[in-house]
Design a protein around this ligand. Structure first.
Ligand SMILES: Nc1ncnc2c1ncn2[C@@H]1O[C@H](COP(=O)(O)OP(=O)(O)O)[C@@H](O)[C@H]1O
Ligand SMILES: [Mg+2]
Length: 449
């Protein structure tokens, strides 16, 4: 009896120590104690979990039995068979779970007739069975699925913006997987950034501004909400449009700039500005647009022509900007087709999509397009307590849950002032651009080139 008491005491002490360790230092607890315990229990309970989630298949097996219940009636005679065929539930083969930074991942071999979507469908069931934050399903090769479980939402905590990296590349936040969230304009030239108010759109624009400010690029702002967002960053901006007329002028300038750069590339026999020798390569321009809808909304009929003109110019920039070093980052609460056909066409040109918390499912669908329905569900489930969390999709077809680093307006303003001397003047950039109205024929040629 004292032995039993002693063992119970030791067990209780171990439990207390483990719980305290987990509380006080989860980082060291997870790889040393948490992961092995979890891995064994996941393996041990897999059969039950798979049965509960409907991931098993019935298969006929030979079975040997001596129990009296194994009498089989053939109708006329009763035979006592020791070997017989019975139906059993087979569980998909699971490898041993491997630790990840925020949880674990495990490879499962699909049973005949199963597809990865069968697993994606029951991801939420797995979440509850395993008591984790999320389960993501991917299929690295036919016949296998990888289930990646995250124990706690790694995006709850926001970190600091790291120092600026390569040209036109900014690490703006962190992905759910723990990897950096990198925006690279040379790979994905144009971005749509949607979200409700207070969802973290401007924060992401701030992060971009802080990341790009030390780089040799020209930054241009379009902010038709009276310039409240971008005016404080004027020292580092080469141009800022705060009214529709200014926006029209600015976009016309950009189109003219593209024409000039096209001529430059043509004479040098280059397909884009990156093929030009560094000495003559023009400076890349990143256009930050806040509240995209303002560009398309009409106060009265008289604005109709102006809106059509801005919309066409913006679309041209999106169509051709990539080759000529002009990149777009458009923020908006709504990016719906109700704003006009211009927005739909613009959306098609923006391969980078970011969807922060949204109020209506349509905005998520509009922003993320026909991505995996799980991405849309994930976008709608972003809680308001974690501004800056977004679903990010880019050209690789993958989507990620991510959170931008917190960059206050003060930090962005500070960066804008600190790197003010790196802002090329707009007059200089556009000095050689054709001043006459652009020729539609030229543009058509460009578009078909
Ligand atoms: N990644 C983040 N981490 C922490 N706080 C954030 C983050 N992104 C935004 N916030 C905070 O959320 C609030 C709203 O963000 P903001 O970017 O102004 O939203 P929006 O432009 O979509 O209205 C701000 O107070 C901001 O400080
Ligand atoms: Mg904002």
């Amino acid at each position: 009896m004292p032995d039993l008491l002693q063992s119970l005491l030791v067990l209780a002490c171990a439990l207390v120590v483990l719980t305290a360790w987990r509380r006080l230092h989860p980082r060291s607890f997870w790889p040393v104690a948490g992961y092995p315990l979890t891995a064994f229990s996941v393996r041990a309970s897999w059969r039950k979990v798979a049965l509960g989630c409907g991931l098993t298949k019935k298969r006929a097996r030979w079975a040997f039995t001596l129990t009296p219940g194994a009498l089989i009636s053939t109708g006329t005679v009763k035979v006592r068979r020791r070997f017989r065929r019975i139906a059993v539930d087979t569980t998909p083969w699971m490898r041993f779970p491997l630790p990840t930074r925020h949880g674990w991942r495990v490879t499962v071999c699909l049973l005949e007739g199963q597809i990865p979507a069968d697993y994606a469908e029951v991801a939420e069931r797995l979440v509850h069975s395993w008591g984790v934050h999320a389960v993501r399903v991917s299929s690295p090769r036919p016949g296998r699925v990888v289930l990646a479980a995250t124990i706690r939402d790694p995006l709850v905590r926001a970190d600091q913006l790291p120092p600026s990296g390569e040209l036109l590349t900014v690490t703006v936040g962190r992905l759910e997987t723990g990897k950096p969230w990198v925006m690279d304009f040379r790979t994905v030239p144009h971005w749509l950034n949607a979200g409700a108010t207070q969802s973290g759109k401007s924060n992401l624009a701030n992060a971009l501004l802080v990341g790009l400010a030390p780089q040799p690029v020209a930054l241009v702002g379009v902010d038709l909400k009276g310039g409240v967002e971008f005016t404080p960053y004027t020292p580092r901006l080469s141009a800022l449009a705060t009214t529709r007329t200014e926006a029209t002028g600015l976009l016309d300038d950009l189109v003219a700039l593209m024409l000039e750069r096209m001529g430059l590339c043509r004479t040098a026999g280059a397909r884009n500005i990156w093929q030009l020798p560094p000495a003559v390569r023009p400076v890349p321009v990143v256009v930050l647009v806040d509240e995209l809808a303002e560009l398309y909304l009409m106060a009265d009929k008289s604005e109709k022509d102006e809106i059509a003109r801005t919309s066409t110019a913006l679309l041209r920039v999106a169509q051709l900007g990539r080759a000529f070093g002009i990149y777009l980052f458009c923020c908006g609460q709504r990016i719906g087709s109700d704003l006009g056909p211009g927005v739909t066409a613009l959306r098609a040109q923006c391969s980078g999509r970011i969807c922060h918390r949204v109020n209506d499912p349509e905005t998520a669908t509009m922003t993320l397009g026909d991505l995996d329905p799980a991405a849309l569900a994930s976008a709608r489930a972003i809680p308001s307590e974690t501004p800056g969390v977004a679903i990010v999709a880019s050209q690789d077809g993958q989507w990620y849950r991510a959170r931008s680093f917190h960059v206050s307006e003060q930090a962005a303003e500070h960066a804008a002032r600190m790197y003010a001397d790196l802002a090329p003047s707009w007059a200089e950039i556009t000095a050689h651009a054709p001043t006459t109205e652009f020729d539609p024929a030229d543009l058509d040629e460009l578009l078909t080139a």
